[in-house]
Design a protein around this ligand. Structure first.
Ligand SMILES: Cc1cc2nc3c(=O)[nH]c(=O)nc-3n(C[C@H](O)[C@H](O)[C@H](O)COP(=O)(O)OP(=O)(O)OC[C@H]3O[C@@H](n4cnc5c(N)ncnc54)[C@H](O)[C@@H]3O)c2cc1C
Length: 442
């Protein structure tokens, strides 16, 4: 019997580990990668979309995939950034031995991983997938994949299955702000932030308090006149932030006033030269147009456990959609699950049962007051989610130490202490109770 063939779309961390797992179970794998190298997000790209700093058109020629800034260091310690049998902890790949290494170290780690597991031989670089559509009487028995290859020609190839690993940190989400239409200042999204120099002596409002938002606001504060961070999660820390002399924390932006000042929900208002949105990204699959599979308010669905669309399972799957989780181990577990299902070592529930599970998840979210756009946010159910995946593939459960490290890292980020990465490991006494509450862990 001929070996089953699988197309993996994208050669970032997700595509590389998915390919490794699929190869392990004996499938024939082609990883189609539109850029000129593997590593995805971790291949720092100094280019930014200067002509459109909000990157409103993701299909624009020359659109940049990467969203890393030059100084970026991981927000998780290296113990949480490895794969089970290819750890990052205790090893150095590009000369950066820090607990929270810079992006070059992660890229070198991924390069070494792909090399050691023979994945590189299966990667076709400069190959952009343009369309994926199902063939066969049963929807999705086989899949036609159209792509533009290295030679610029469009071709089509048929595969037994497709695993989508195209990343989701590229297409900016920009919140609508009342009065912004008449505002004459500059707006940009963190997707296009690379270095702080352009903000010299400026009054900057940054929006969002995720890991990148905090990093960027702090970095800019070294050169800017004033930095004002706006966030809906800032309740208990409003006002001047005493660790830094030019740094304020506000509630979310309420509107742009008639006098051009940026007004925040708590009532204060400041003049600003720039509003920098660190507000996350949209899921975007320009090559998929399938009946019954949609992206609605950042909910990709329906998807059974964020991976399999019931109607097209098991031959179409998605790896890496979840957020606010321990990403690399999660990518690995999802990949193992897909590989187990495609090789017949694991089975999925019926289409009806998968659909029922998805609807139950939606119902619970609604009951808990969680917005649709958080469908793929795993926090605070890390443990339950990771252990469920582990059970599908006979892997051990998440170690308690991993959760501890995760919470400490999140607490470090939220402390707004620029040095947290360098003293996080020594900080065993830091009181994390309040933040544990925030993350739903107490
Ligand atoms: C600023 C920032 C900081 C982060 N910090 C951390 C961190 O500290 N720790 C952590 O674990 N994670 C972090 N992440 C998350 C990070 O994205 C993941 O670690 C990981 O890179 C996700 O891998 P991926 O393969 O899913 O996506 P990506 O790395 O984005 O890879 C997707 C790949 O698909 C390719 N592709 C896209 N479309 C097509 C197409 N049509 N055809 C062919 N190829 C295509 C792209 O070129 C790319 O190579 C961070 C992300 C950002 C943006």
């Amino acid at each position: 019997m001929p070996r089953r063939t699988v197309a993996v779309i994208g050669a970032g961390a997700a595509g590389l580990v998915a390919a490794r797992e699929l190869l392990r179970v004996g499938l024939h794998v082609a990883v189609l990668e539109k850029s000129g190298r593997t590593g995805g997000t971790w291949a720092y790209d100094p280019r930014a979309d200067d002509a459109d700093p909000l990157s409103r058109d993701p299909a624009a020629a020359g659109a940049v995939h990467g969203s890393l800034y030059a100084s970026l260091r991981t927000n998780l310690p290296r113990q949480l950034m490895g794969f089970s049998d290819f750890p990052m902890a205790g090893r150095v790949f590009a000369g950066d031995a820090r607990a929270f290494p810079g992006h070059r170290e992660v890229l070198a780690f991924l390069d070494a991983f792909a090399d050691e597991h023979g994945v590189l031989a299966h990667v076709r670089l400069r190959t952009e997938v343009l369309r994926v559509h199902p063939l066969g009487e049963e929807q999705g028995e086989r899949w036609a994949v159209a792509f533009r290859g290295e030679d610029g020609e469009v071709a089509e190839e048929v595969f037994d299955a497709v695993v989508v690993c195209n990343g989701h940190w590229t297409v900016p989400f920009v919140p609508k702000i009342q009065g912004i239409g008449n505002w004459s200042g500059k707006q940009m999204h963190s997707h296009n932030y690379r270095t702080p120099e352009p903000f010299q002596n400026q009054n900057v409002v940054t929006v969002g308090m995720g890991a990148s938002g905090i990093d960027i606001a702090l970095e800019i504060s070294h050169v800017a006149k004033e930095v004002h961070i706006a966030s809906r999660y800032s309740e208990d820390r409003l006002g001047k932030f005493n660790l830094y002399q030019n740094f304020w924390i506000h509630k979310e932006i309420e509107c742009i006033q008639d006098d051009g000042k940026v007004r925040f929900a708590e009532g204060s208002a400041v003049p600003a030269d720039v509003i920098l949105y660190c507000t996350g990204y949209h899921y975007y699959f320009p090559f998929i147009d399938l009946d019954g599979l949609t992206v609605d308010d950042n909910r990709v669905g329906p998807l059974y456990k964020n991976v399999f669309p019931p109607k097209y399972a098991p031959n179409l799957s998605f790896v890496g959609l979840t957020t606010k989780t321990i990403i690399f181990p999660s990518l690995e577990l999802e990949s193992k699950w897909v590989a187990a299902v495609l090789s017949g070592k694991a089975t999925l529930p019926s289409q009806e049962d998968m659909m029922a599970s998805v609807l139950e998840h939606y119902r619970r979210m609604e009951e808990a007051g969680r917005p649709k756009r958080h469908t793929h946010v795993i926090m605070p159910d890390w443990e339950e989610h990771m252990n469920w995946l582990a059970d599908q593939v006979g892997e051990p459960h998440l170690e308690a130490r991993s959760l501890e490290l995760l919470v400490k890292a999140l607490c470090g980020t939220w402390s707004l202490d620029e040095g947290y990465r360098d003293h996080c490991e020594q900080d065993d006494d830091r009181d994390t109770t309040a933040l544990k509450g925030l993350f739903g862990l107490v």
